[in-house]
Design a protein around this ligand. Structure first.
Ligand SMILES: COc1ccc(CNS(=O)(=O)c2ccc(S(N)(=O)=O)s2)cc1
Ligand SMILES: [Zn+2]
Length: 262
């Protein structure tokens, strides 16, 4: 089958032909309309808590659709907030961006796009035995989304990622990140978030994600985003740069959008 991507011939508008779930009623991302976000008191009650380990030698991969850091952390825990009584464990993190910094995030806020969006992907280890199994269930995954704003200070943790990208220029290449990575440092200081039930934003678009999108962006530099755009979507000499890899917002439909001002 033709490989899915983000061009007019294989992009989001045609994914549903190959991946039926992409046409479902709980797809992601969505436009976060702040006026309809309900401040759900019981979210306030159950604080969202996270605990991550610092890890070195994490493997970073060029997936052909972007970079992905494999970070299975049996010692990590994400729980509370909209996650009920279940514990979710970090599996991987990756990022979405655009060809200019005027776009690039997947979620938008009152129609406004950010320059990019980081996703920390977790799976429900209370109920399921593996990541792949969890991705087949409505409460299988929890993804933390963090928006990127462009500013003058480069983000040191993102710089650890950027410094490896020259080694994984082509699809399928991978390398180990020598630096110690602490996923906590990717999170903004303000921990207010929006949450809703959605899906993977790439094929197979499984409707298995509890989304938690932080309100406060973190800052990266234009140079760091420029480096992301130098990754190649191809495995060979042909160079087709991954200049954009975000899915546009999908209909929220009658889903609840809740907010928590931690
Ligand atoms: C066959 O079972 C599986 C199980 C899971 C996948 C998706 N893989 S994944 O977890 O890396 C993600 C894809 C998109 C993500 S986003 N942008 O929504 O955070 S996460 C594929 C096959
Ligand atoms: Zn993602």
């Amino acid at each position: 089958a033709a490989e899915w991507g983000y061009s007019p011939t294989n992009g989001p508008d045609v994914w549903a032909r190959l991946f039926p779930q992409a046409g479902g009623a709980r797809q992601s991302p969505v436009d976060i309309c702040t006026s309809i976000a309900s401040s759900d008191s019981n979210l306030e009650m159950k604080k969202l808590t996270f605990a991550y380990e610092s890890q070195s030698d994490l493997r970073i991969l060029n997936t052909g659709h972007g970079w992905k850091v494999e970070a299975p952390q049996s010692g990590s825990r994400l729980e509370g907030g909209p996650l009920g009584e279940d514990i979710y464990q970090l599996e991987q993190f990756h990022c979405h961006w655009g060809e200019t910094s005027a776009e690039g995030s997947e979620h938008t806020v009152d129609g406004r796009a950010y320059a990019g969006e980081l996703h920390l992907v977790h799976w429900n280890t209370t109920k399921y035995q593996s990541f792949a199994e969890a991705a087949q269930h409505p409460d299988g995954l929890a993804v933390l989304g963090v928006f990127f704003d462009v500013g003058n200070e480069s983000n040191d943790e993102i710089e650890k990622i950027v410094s490896t990208l020259s080694e994984i220029k082509f699809k399928g290449q991978f390398t180990d990140i020598p630096d110690v990575i602490d996923p906590t440092t990717f999170l903004p200081s303000g921990l207010g978030y929006w949450t809703y039930l959605g899906s993977l934003t790439t094929p197979p678009c499984n409707e298995c994600v509890i989304w938690i999108v932080y309100k406060e962006p973190i800052t990266v530099t234009e140079e760091q985003l420029v480096q992301f755009r130098c990754l190649s979507a191809c495995s060979g000499e042909a160079e087709e740069f991954i200049v954009k890899n975000y899915r546009p917002p999908q209909p929220l439909g009658n889903r609840a959008l809740r907010e928590c001002n931690a």
